[in-house]
Write a protein that binds this ligand. Sequence first.
Ligand code: FAD
Ligand code: SF4
Length: 470
Amino acid sequence: MGDVFKFLNLPRDPGQKFEAEFRRRKFIEIYAPLQKGEAAEQAGRCLSCGNPYCEWECPVHNYIPNWLKLVEEGKLFEAAELSHKTNSLPEICGRVCPQDRLCEGACTLNQGGFGAVTIGSVEKYITDEAYKQGWRPDMSKVLWTDKRVAIIGAGPAGLAAADVLVRNGVKPVVYDRYEEIGGLLTFGIPEFKLEKDIVVRRRRILEEMGVEFRLNTEIGTDVEFETLLAEYDAVFMGMGAYEYMKGGFPGEQLPGVLEALPFLVNNIRYRMNTLPEGERHLSMEGKRVVVLGGGDTAMDCNRTSIRQGAAQVVCAYRRDEANMPGSKREVANAKEEGVAFLWNRQPVEIVQHNGALGVKLVTTQLGEPDAKGRRSPVVVPGSEEIIACDHVIVAFGFQVKPEQWFEQHGIKVDERGRTVAQARQTYKHQTSHPKVFAGGDQVRGADLVVRAVFEGRQAAEGILEYIGVW
Ligand code: FAD
Ligand code: SF4
């Protein structure tokens, strides 16, 4: 079998250069923050076109041209207040949104080939800089009610719901099984995309506004769901999507094959110095790594492996580059850092040989478009090859897993386990239990931070109407 193992001729130089650079920066890379003049300059590039496509493509429909104008005029606190009118986590979306597919992709300047206004970096600048200068959300006009809402999950959906509720005088109490807020913002997205202290700062902002967090508390284990129903006026569920999607081919259980999220979380906890006792750091230093998948999670595994000092990182994806689900920016970053991509390759087996692993891949071609216009990969006969490696990281995404107590409380899920909580109904995002609302990945399936924020905000509006505050 050794003969058929393929050793790729990888572009080592860029990777090595990056590795040294990461070491120098202690593995932390944050996109260089804009300085005051640069933010104003970017803002000044906005054409204020009569038809702001950027606003439409932004899932929370931010008032982008308006806050760009305020930045240009140096009215930073006003810009911060305005940006929070539509987005509960603007500094986070500014960092992690795939802007190339959303706001910036729709910018008229981009369409005209002049390069989009860097909307994401201005959005993050507004809150970062305003906070530094002493801005805090204006809660002076809030009329407090005696209503209380329980929120399960301190991810983007739960935090956004809490933000809207507290600004409307309702007390949100947020429960999460983890020791810190953020959901996948903290325990998923790597630090080089989103610094963890930004999430901690957001916790402080929300606490100062009146949101209460009860962390290290799992609903269904530490506190019963019935207790929440009995003690609160409504319940919002933003529990995410955590069921690992397997490839379904032989060899996935072999030692050395890792699931994406535990690998990423292990590294985050290692870096935060919070690895549970007895859990060792999964380091790819000096190893040959194959990452399977083409989404943002796969890109995070690629880039984390490179930062850990992997000897080589190969990413195999079954469609071509144009049809990858991951953000173009993330793919470009991964390439630049030395990740070698194998497009149109589908894994069919993982094998073990002489203490190493091998990923058996077949080449695919794109077939006819399906009903959604997406072209399915078709296997090219006789195209098998095996890539030798020390670790395989499987990053095929996540599904929603309904809790067992859903059925007992009449909370309906669809055929993919997603909680049914429609946006368009009398009370937005109400589930089949009238007192219970839901949003984010739990309802949509694994998606984006900004969409979870939008659904959390929308659900909060549904709750405000349901409990009679609106
Ligand atoms: P989550 O963020 O998953 O939060 C759910 C929370 O609920 C968790 O904190 C969990 O502990 C808690 N919870 C669940 N059950 C219980 C219970 N019974 N009791 C108490 N608490 C409970 N999106 C982007 O836009 N940009 C990116 O760059 C990006 N990168 C990603 C990288 C990775 C590795 C992954 C996995 C996802 C990424 N995403 C990205 C997707 C994004 O993180 C999610 O879409 C988003 O976090 C969903 O928010 P949510 O609030 O619905 O769920
Ligand atoms: Fe762009 Fe995301 Fe900000 Fe909307 S929330 S303006 S899509 S970066």
